[in-house]
Design a protein around this ligand. Structure first.
Ligand SMILES: C[S@@+](CC[C@H](N)C(=O)[O-])C[C@H]1O[C@@H](n2cnc3c(N)ncnc32)[C@H](O)[C@@H]1O
Length: 505
């Protein structure tokens, strides 16, 4: 932050702090609410006794001042794995607060610096010099969060509730966290994605819109009392899928889109899953190839147990349901025209992330849901790995790299589509049409379904949408432009106008 910019630096920070304080006062003094709306409003304390309130400051895994089963509600915004090292950052403020607030609350400032030891973060610096410091840090976080959840479970009443905030970017950590939750005796009742994305363009972004936070609603688990509850994943998986199917339409109707739709569906999936925990596989499964390459695997997973079932299995089932749901919506159902896995992956990636750059781990999860091998089928063919991200290529980039694949779509219909987009852009739409008709693609239901879906997810070009396109998405918008022109010229009978164009009026 540039602190001295008028209205944005310190001004902004002070304004936000004041707003927080006002809102906290309003929460504890509803009667003062009206008085506090309006800037700089004063508080009238005369004739009012505030409700008794106790603030304590302790580590979440040692709430020894709170009795068992005495709390109605726990509201937690936990540290998110290795996102922020709060204690390290806090030292800067701590030494100054000690010299101010420390005079009022000396008991909170007994240490020379903040408590790094009990902090629940995955901080490899804590294990410096030890072998596998990253893995040790991951395990430490997981164990600490599990202890914190157990402590919350202990103090909660049987009908109490716990809400938990979670950012989604490294969804692999959901597995670690939800395992901790279930081990501590919680079930997950629901999840709600909250969009915390900065305001920006309508649809197209340079980098994936992965900024939402998810609220998990948890309750103490009531032990299953019937013997016929499914204990095997094979029995439970269809129920998890059904639970997702039941809610997904509702989520979409509520305006939840893209990657948030996947996240919101983790709730019903985990709800069903956590009701039946612990679960095992009836038949062993082979070790997946991707597991060896996954960074998360190094961080979280223990020795391979072919019978083990983890929340990740439920998340996979949820992703598969969302995938099927979205694909059904993106292209009209034509007989025998199901999208091939690579094209389906490409369509779902644009649909979910609305940007050409998104986290590699998320690309892997989508690959698992669509049945493609990311390293073999995608990387080097239609995308590049860049640090922890995946960068999708447009048709011309693929052509320049000689990675367009067979023009008849025999490997993936996306290849055929990209060949035509490239021809349309590099030559003209007439040449693209000629090529399409020569190969016979215009009569091919698989091609038509694929093109229809691609036109629904690629960024709309300025020519058709009238809006500026960010530089990073411009190439993909160029593909949209060429393909939509081709559709209008030669395929308007077979494929209707893309729904997304209706948004632009
Ligand atoms: C995501 S932040 C919460 C931010 C807060 N909601 C806010 O708006 O300021 C996570 C917080 O958990 C705290 N934390 C880390 N380990 C903890 C522990 N063992 N017990 C209690 N709090 C802990 C961190 O210091 C950090 O303030």
């Amino acid at each position: 932050m540039a602190p001295l910019i008028v209205g944005l630096g310190y001004d902004w920070a002070i304004e936000q702090t004041a707003k927080c304080i006002e809102e906290l006062v309003e929460l504890t003094r509803p009667d003062a609410g009206a008085a506090t709306t309006g800037k700089q409003a004063g508080f009238d304390f005369s004739g009012y006794t505030p409700p008794p309130m106790t603030l304590t400051c302790k580590s979440g895994d040692a709430l020894d001042h709170i009795a068992d089963g005495s709390i109605d509600c726990v509201v937690m915004d936990p540290p998110y794995y290795d996102n922020v090292m709060y204690a390290e950052l806090s030292d800067f403020f701590y030494v100054w607060l000690k010299r101010t607030a420390g005079h009022v609350y000396p008991e909170l400032f007994l240490r020379p610096l903040t408590d790094k030891e009990n902090e629940a973060v995955a901080n490899p610096a804590k294990f410096k010099g030890e072998k596998g410091a990253r893995a040790l840090a991951g395990r430490d976080y997981q164990e600490r969060m599990a202890r914190i959840f157990s402590e919350c479970r202990r103090v909660l009443k049987a009908d109490g509730i716990m809400t938990l905030m979670f950012t989604h970017k490294a969804t692999g950590a959901w597995d670690a966290l939800t395992t901790g939750l279930m081990q501590a005796g919680f079930t997950i009742d629901a999840s709600w994605p909250i969009n915390t994305e900065a305001e920006g363009s309508l649809h197209i972004k340079e980098k994936s819109a992965a900024n939402s936070t998810v609220l998990l609603v948890c309750r103490p688990r009531i032990a299953p009392d019937s013997d016929d509850e499914p204990q095997y994943w094979e029995d439970l998986e269809p129920r998890v899928a059904a639970a997702v199917r039941q809610r997904i339409g509702q989520f979409q109707q509520a305006g939840i889109r893209g990657v948030d739709l996947y996240l919101s569906c983790f709730g019903p999936a985990l709800e069903e899953f956590s009701k039946h925990w612990p679960i095992t596989r009836g038949t062993p499964r082979p070790q997946p190839e991707a597991r060896r390459r996954r960074r998360q695997a190094e961080l979280f997973e223990e020795a391979w147990d072919p019978y083990a079932v983890t929340p990740e299995d439920a998340l996979d089932a949820a992703r598969r349901e969302v995938k099927n749901w979205r694909l059904d919506q993106l292209a009209q159902k034509r007989p025998n025209a199901e999208l091939d896995p690579v094209t389906a992956w490409f369509v779902l990636a644009w649909d979910a992330f609305a940007a050409p750059v998104f986290p590699f781990d998320e690309a892997l999860r989508l690959a698992r849901a669509t049945g493609v091998d990311l390293e073999r089928d995608i990387v080097g063919r239609l995308a590049a790995k860049k640090n922890s991200d995946l960068v999708l290529w447009d048709a011309s980039t693929r052509a320049a790299k000689g990675s367009l694949g067979p023009a008849d779509g025999s490997r993936a219909m996306l290849d055929a589509i990209h060949h035509l987009a490239h021809l349309g852009r590099a030559h003209n739409i007439g040449t693209a049409r000629e090529r399409m008709e020569r190969i016979g693609l215009h009569d091919e239901p698989k091609f038509l379904s694929a093109l229809e879906a691609v036109l629904e997810v690629l960024p709309v070009s300025t020519g058709f949408g009238g809006l500026d396109v960010p530089e990073a998405a411009a190439a993909a918008a160029g593909d949209f432009d060429a393909l939509e022109k081709l559709r209008r010229l030669a395929l308007s009978q077979q494929i209707g106008e893309p729904e997304q164009l209706k948004m632009f009026g």
